[in-house]
Design a binder for this molecule. Structure first.
Ligand code: SF4
Length: 427
């Protein structure tokens, strides 16, 4: 790292480590490029982001402005009662570092969060100064995701939104009781008010962009949030009901689910011996996908009699197994919504099927180019009246077939294949 001062690297080590547990970064939704001037590029082709196995994005410089924090959230490494190494970047240091790293091709953008230094507004002012230096002096056009501190005033959020591509406010806990227990200095109002402001300002910005040719976009990648799962006793039903509410009423782009990772000893938290609920996090992401792209309502996936997702299989398969009376569906006749509900048929496959059958009735062998997961879909469809399998599996067999690898440790390994059922793979 020649050229970067050693104490700056130490700050980076401390503040990069402190930002590790925030999973809410993603670069989707921005199409701005640098037009041959300036530095960086947030167009779809200019940003590449990679994901670790547990779903964490690693392509941005993900760092805190400071890990000094006045608050004492039970689950957080940076809480004021922890005896950890503390550091703070000056706005100049962080903007220079980001530009250095961008020029060296280490990063594609910046994910900036912070502990609460003095007050939410004071911290946000420092973040704004950093982003101004980056955008105006450094002419940085790359992707920036800025984390707004709960309680930040509207005027500062407005400034932040014109500098960042995405702004997010972490909800952290999905019920007021969970918030009061684990993050007593954060209030529902301090979280909801900035989210409401961002929702309204984003809507105004969309109108301004239509009306005025040179209007500046406000947070063009929208807003997102993060909720920690497993730190308090909320059920998946509560988590996903909240997520659905945020998608419908706050037009959030994403809700990120972060499996609780024990870093503190605190009587309010689950015992440190419990492993992080990563499989639960994975299932929540799958269910979230169904809410956003597959037209499911949360009440179809979960209810008071089944408040948690099945860890052994993805939520769509679990839904199909509870509604076997709706299958098999005929791919030549089922409407788009019905096709979307077939395990193994995704959004793209459903669209391709609908488009292709306008030209001809589809045969089993015609399905091959549509990228169906036939291991799953084959049990739930007919094609021209023909079953993909010579017989329909019973419920127990289906359940074993639908159990995916992530969940097989909980069941005896499925020793059954579609071939055992007489399934004929399309040529
Ligand atoms: S506000 Fe809470 S979650 Fe955020 S850094 Fe401070 S202690 Fe951690």
């Amino acid at each position: 790292m020649g050229g970067i001062a050693v104490d700056l690297m130490q700050k980076l080590a401390i503040l990069g480590e402190s930002a590790r547990y925030d999973v809410s970064c993603s670069t989707s939704g921005v199409v701005r490029d640098n037009g041959g001037q300036g530095v960086g590029n947030a167009s779809l082709g200019g940003i590449c982001h990679t994901w670790t196995e547990d779903g964490r994005c690693v392509s941005l410089l993900k760092v805190l402005l400071t890990n000094h924090c006045r608050y004492d959230c039970a689950y957080c490494l940076n809480r004021c009662s922890n005896d950890i190494r503390r550091a703070a970047f000056s706005p100049r240091e962080l903007s220079d570092l980001t530009l250095e790293f961008y020029r060296r091709n280490y990063i594609e953008g910046l994910f900036l969060s912070s502990g609460v230094l003095v007050s939410p507004d004071h911290t946000t002012e420092l973040m704004i100064q950093t982003l101004r230096l980056l955008r105006r002096e450094g002419r940085f056009r790359g992707y920036i995701h800025a984390k707004a501190i709960p309680g930040t005033s509207a005027g500062l959020l407005e400034q932040l939104g014109f500098l960042a591509d995405r702004v997010s406010v972490n909800i952290e806990q999905c019920t007021p009781a969970g918030l009061r227990l684990l993050a007593p200095q954060k209030t529902e109002l301090a979280i909801a008010a900035p989210m409401r402001f961002l929702t309204g300002r984003l809507a105004e910005s969309r109108e301004e962009l239509v009306r005025y040719r040179h209007a500046a976009p406000f947070a063009p990648a929208g807003q997102s949030t993060q909720v920690i799962v497993g730190a308090s006793p909320e059920r998946d039903l509560q988590v996903l009901t909240m997520a659905q509410h945020l998608y419908r009423n706050y037009q959030l782009k994403r809700v990120y689910y972060s499996a609780y990772i024990p870093v503190n000893q605190d009587h309010r938290l689950p015992a440190l011996t419990q492993p992080p609920p990563l499989l639960r996090e994975h299932r929540l992401y799958q269910a979230d996908w169904l809410l956003r792209f597959y037209r499911f309502d949360v009440t179809e996936l979960l209810g008071t009699d089944n408040p948690d997702l099945d860890l052994d299989m993805d939520p769509k398969c679990a839904w199909a197994l509870r509604h076997l009376d709706r299958f098999p569906v005929e791919v030549n006749e089922a409407d788009y919504e019905t096709l979307l509900r077939v395990p193994g048929i995704g959004v793209r496959s459903a669209r391709k099927i609908v488009a292709a059958r306008r030209l001809q009735r589809l045969r089993l062998e015609d399905l091959k180019p549509f990228n169906l997961v036939l291991r799953r879909a084959g049990c739930f469809i007919t094609c021209n009246g023909k079953l993909a399998a010579s017989r329909l599996p019973d419920e127990t067999t289906l359940r074993r077939l639908m159990t995916d690898r992530a969940g097989t440790a909980r069941l005896a390994p499925a020793q059954i294949s579609l071939e055992d059922l007489g399934y004929v793979c399309p040529a």
